[in-house]
Ligand binder design. Sequence first.
Ligand code: GAP
Length: 445
Amino acid sequence: MEKLVSLAKRRGFVFQSSEIYGGLGSVWDYGPLGVELKKNIKERWWRSMVHEREDIEGLDAAILMHPKVWEASGHVAGFTDPLVDCKHCKNRFRADDPRIKGTPGQPDGQCPACGTKGTLTAPRQFNLMFKTFMGPVEEQAAVIYMRPETAQGIYVNYLNVLQSSRQKVPFGIAQIGKAFRNEITPGNFIFRTREFEQMEMQFFVKPGSENDWFERWRTERMKWVEGLGVRPEKLRWHQHGKDELAHYAADAYDIQYEFPFGWQEFEGIHNRTDFDLKNHQQHSGKKLDYLDAATNERFIPYVVETSAGADRTTLVVLCDAYREEAVKGEDGADKEEQRVVLKLKPSLAPLKAAVFPLVNKDGMPEVARRIYDDLRRRLNVFFDDGGSIGRRYRRQDEAGTPFGITIDGQTSQDQTVTVRDRDTLKQVRVANGQLVEYLKEKLAT
Ligand code: GAP
């Protein structure tokens, strides 16, 4: 994991937030390559959920919502972790922290930070929502929350979307947006953070048909994940046991990936029943039921939710693409050398190609610049004329750039360039005039 974190910083994928001030705990910033990679993943999700389906609409709800939303949703009462405090060193831990020896609240309970015995409090429930104040007065009545999931913005807009889009149940609403959780044990880079992005879709169905839709969405989501190019043997399902289910869920399956720190969830499919809509109807006093015009039945729809983390999915893609391998003779020399390469699916790669003049003379830089300027209007490409060609390849391997285009002595004679494939290292000569077509075809997957 350290190697990936260091590559992510070196190549401009992910930086620690506020690094010059010593960093802000478990908050991360995406650099020039990271923002492209995450955007490509989000766009792929949006395309498959919203553009390619006629039964799903998009939404972008605000992060700040009426505080009653979180009472109705059960998050004020139930979105908690049991925590213990050390009265001596003032540190706070999850009650199930495996480093705690003895029983918190008892004389044998030992603080994992300062080692003092008997100073840990008995577990208390700690709410994970960030609070802030709206308006000029910082008082209890002005408290609002930073949303801990994007789903609620969908539920409170369900009727607006239904009526304005003229959809009929079954139908879905999809949204990508930030969520915030004051996690007590965050960590593992961008795996568990306090500010993160979710890609969520709530599918509204007739009661009684939820199990069928649940299975359909499980199949769809696994297909989508495999479409990211992730190795199938690194993916598996995990069904939540009764003690793992969130307060709103009747059934839940996680898609897990085998990260360097073990199997962990990065997407969940949840049967949320009519829990959320029923509670919003009750708390708001507004009718949220649906009239089925075909049967004249009225019902509150059940919801099947697909909930993916954009950051965690980005981490899956990065972990899966990271390889160290030996390659031979790319710098003219015949010796083997180690390379680090991100074997990203070309359509997800932040940079699609890098353009290199072989040497900085004989008109090569000028031709290379012209080719780069032409490509730049259609694809995200990079120009690099610094260092040996081998070192330039290595830098782009680490960035996951699928193609390297080299302008060499032959270019001025026959208007062709070499195109090097990141994964096979094979080079082919392609006519300048056909370069865009050639790359677009290869990048289509
Ligand atoms: N609306 C349902 C929901 O929020 P969840 O299992 O709590 O369900 C869904 O979260 C997804 O959101 C997770 O699978 C994960 O990818 C992402 N996620 C949740 N908490 C996160 C955190 N602290 N940091 C990064 N991603 C997180």
